[in-house]
Design a protein around this ligand. Structure first.
Ligand SMILES: [Zn+2]
Length: 426
């Protein structure tokens, strides 16, 4: 059966912005994008999405799906279903599973498990070093053949600059981006939140901005030395933004991401010792939040990623110091990011660039809404009001600081290779 998506604004930045119907072929490809007409062919199923915006499928470059090893927090299946509900047609899963994705058999397992689930594409990010221990490099060529799209020791930094340099040289030869979790572990040691007036008031040991920005600066320097393509994960503070802006001016081959929590919240969210406001890097001060917002607006920060990090109550329902770092993000990302459009910081077109087109470019994927491409489409209801209720999450975990938030703009439908993988009730 073919599908006709009828009546929406079709928005693919740099390609199309018009009220058109999208015809999806029976083999899941975009068959045509045409002016709305009445079509009573028997073999076409018509879906009226008048008032909605149809965009290229959203891509989240940074998620943790916990399988193998910590299936009580999330599985590839629950994570991908959460992604589909969040409007994502593809996600990149980080390697800090148990065992670590540091060899091609784990990479292959992830790819094949995702294919069985079939609701969202999964692109594994492999480890930079064996066991994420910062020493021996993994076999990137092998892992790339198994489906690995980038390398990162995310969750941990590569502390040894010489090891990072060799990794960049190896990755460059294979055309793989290097994703850096920028953190100087000595500067960050024992910290549980941002270092500043709030941490002093609460008596919690802080993590200074410089713990992040010093490694951002180092890795930009190494990217310039090696010519590797470097992607800076979860940018949280002004000093990192300044370093990235400066590095781009100097022609370094770098891209950067931030997450909705960094442009929505500050460290004041920790005030009541809410462990759902604990993540790494931590929520920062208002001046940092503003720097991230400016960097999104001027393009210094290229993409929005969630750093979806599911944890169970076992890890979160404990004292602040002892709680695990991280929050879930897949099901709230679009709604929180739409706030940037409502505030006039980004146009909807800019937002789709940051949540779909740029991530696709970094991965070397062509996700244009063009004839012959796979029909990976996100349908957004831009005017719908909704409130975040963690009880309705399809993720296995509920660790979000956004419970009860009222948002405008939500996912109406997600389509992967022509198959509807999520549809809102009503
Ligand atoms: Zn990280």
């Amino acid at each position: 059966m073919r599908i006709r998506l009828k009546g929406a604004r079709v928005l693919d930045p740099g390609n199309i912005d018009a009220f058109k119907d999208i015809i999806i072929s029976s083999d899941g490809l975009i068959e045509a994008i045409v002016d709305p007409v009445i079509d009573d062919s028997a073999d076409i199923s018509e879906i009226d999405i008048t008032g909605m915006v149809a965009t290229p499928g959203l891509i989240d470059l940074h998620v943790h799906l916990r399988e193998p090893g910590q299936e009580y927090k999330e599985t590839i299946e629950t994570g991908l279903r959460a992604a589909a509900k969040g409007g994502f047609t593809a996600v990149c899963t980080m390697p800090n599973t148990l065992p670590v994705n540091d060899n091609s058999s784990i990479t292959s397992f992830m790819v094949s498990r995702a294919k069985e689930v079939g609701v969202c594409r999964l692109y594994p990010v492999g480890a930079i070093t064996k066991g994420l221990n910062g020493e021996a490099l993994c076999e990137y060529a092998d892992m790339k053949r198994a489906g690995m799209v980038a390398i990162s020791d995310d969750g941990r930094p590569v502390q040894n600059a010489r090891v990072m340099r060799r990794a960049m040289e190896y990755a460059k030869g294979l055309g793989l981006p290097v994703i850096s979790h920028c953190e100087d572990v000595d500067l960050a040691r024992d910290g549980a939140m941002n270092e500043g007036v709030v941490s002093t008031r609460l008596g919690i040991k802080g993590i200074p901005n410089v713990a992040e920005s010093i490694i951002v600066m180092r890795d930009i320097a190494l990217a310039q030395l090696t010519g590797a393509s470097l992607h800076i994960a979860h940018v949280s503070c002004k000093e990192s933004v300044d370093a990235i802006r400066d590095g781009k001016k100097r022609g370094a081959n770098i891209t950067a991401e931030s997450a909705p929590h960094y442009f929505t919240l500050t460290d004041e969210a920790v005030s009541k010792y809410d462990t759902n406001a604990k993540m790494n890097p931590p929520l920062r001060a208002e001046k940092d939040r503003q720097a991230v917002v400016e960097a999104l607006a001027d393009g210094t920060i290229d993409i929005i990623a969630t750093d979806h990090a599911p944890h169970s109550l076992l890890e979160k329902d404990v004292e602040f110091d002892r709680a695990a770092f991280g929050i879930v993000g897949l099901e709230t990302s679009l709604g929180l990011s739409m706030q940037l459009v409502q505030d006039g910081i980004l146009s909807l077109e800019n937002l789709i660039e940051k949540m779909s087109k740029k991530p696709a470019q970094i991965l070397g994927i062509n996700n244009d809404l063009k004839i012959g491409n796979p029909a990976d489409i996100t349908v957004i209801d831009p005017n719908s009001f909704w409130s975040v209720d963690p009880k309705t999450f399809v993720s296995k975990s509920r660790n979000t600081p956004f419970g009860g938030f009222s948002l405008k703009g939500e996912v109406y439908m997600t389509i992967v290779a022509g198959k509807i993988t999520y549809q809102r009730d009503g």
